[in-house]
Unconditional design. Structure first.
Length: 311
């Protein structure tokens, strides 16, 4: 088993977080040459190329393994400093987390706000679709994730948080134009042909809702046909729907008041769209991750419904 000096691991992780050798050198208060030398020594110990010298720098497949190790060691060092009562002298731990946009907008920031300040921790949030977020766990980029994936990533533990419930909605003016006979006459083919709002090109929820509509899939909705708008921000996504650009799925907690007051019309009140969410985190023993997990669990319970069993 090769030995990786902590200063080399720290340098490697810093290059990847900062993007360039020069930026890492500035943060570490060493010269770019010293950064380069540490990286070469680390790669020699690993016997493999760990870093793609691109702009920004990227980890190779082998580098992802070393990055995960580097961040786990940094986490353990920071936890040890707190347990030893070093206080301000303890290393500050930066916790990278990947979260889907709707959780970030609805409840996740409230969980972070409940983490005690004496933990001396900062958060680096990555936003990604909940169907794809586990890739950042595998690469070692993040320590924890809100995800729709129930299968635990290697080296992680997983627990169910509950279900984010969405409602298919549209603005009254949009309904008059595209679905004039509503609530009658709304068929799968009609829904498929009307303009929709998608979060981004990873967003498959609107299409999944169309496919779930009663009817012959082959005859009425073999493929997506209607125009699609892409609005990659949770609040702006909802505003686009409220302004009539298209219909779309909005978390119930965000659109409930609009439905009640008539600013939005629900296409199918009897057909909510439910997305199970899970919390995945490193198995590494850590008070920071334990406390963070507790607050995530507590706050999510206030906004998510119908917890599902963990795998």
């Amino acid at each position: 088993m090769p030995q990786f000096p902590s200063e080399q691991l720290l340098t490697f992780a810093t290059v990847l977080s900062e993007g360039t050798l020069d930026a890492a050198a500035q943060l570490l208060h060493i010269t770019p040459s010293a950064v380069s030398q540490r990286l070469k020594a680390l790669e020699q110990s690993a016997g493999q190329v760990l870093l793609q010298r691109s702009n920004p720098a990227r980890a190779t497949t082998a580098g992802e393994v070393v990055l995960r190790l580097a961040r786990q060691i940094a986490q353990l060092e920071a936890d040890a400093g707190r347990e030893l009562g070093l206080g301000a002298d303890a290393a500050q731990l930066a916790v990278p987390i990947v979260v889907n946009a709707d959780s970030l907008a609805v409840w996740f920031l409230q969980a972070l706000a409940r983490v005690p300040g004496d933990l001396n921790v900062t958060f680096e949030l990555h936003r990604d679709d909940e169907q794809h977020s586990t890739s950042l766990l595998r690469s070692g980029t993040v320590m924890a994730a809100v995800t729709a994936t129930p299968e635990p990533v290697q080296g992680c533990r997983v627990e169910s948080l509950g279900v984010m419930r969405y409602r298919a909605v549209a603005a009254p003016g949009y309904m008059e134009r595209w679905f004039p006979e509503f609530p009658d006459g709304l068929e799968k083919s009609t829904l498929n042909a009307a303009p929709t709002v998608d979060f981004d090109r990873k967003d498959t929820y609107q299409w999944a809702f169309v496919q779930s509509w009663p009817g012959d899939d082959r005859a009425s909705a073999p493929e997506r046909k209607g125009p699609r708008h892409y609005v990659p921000a949770s609040q702006d996504f909802g505003d686009a729907i409220r302004l009539g650009l298209g219909w779309g799925l909005i978390p119930e907690v965000q659109c409930g008041p609009d439905i009640a007051e008539g600013r939005l019309i629900e296409l199918a009140p009897e057909r909510p769209f439910d997305v199970p969410l899970y919390w995945q985190r490193w198995k590494t023993a850590s008070r920071v991750l334990d406390v963070l997990s507790d607050t995530v669990r507590e706050v999510s319970a206030q906004y998510l419904t119908r917890p599902v069993p963990s795998s």
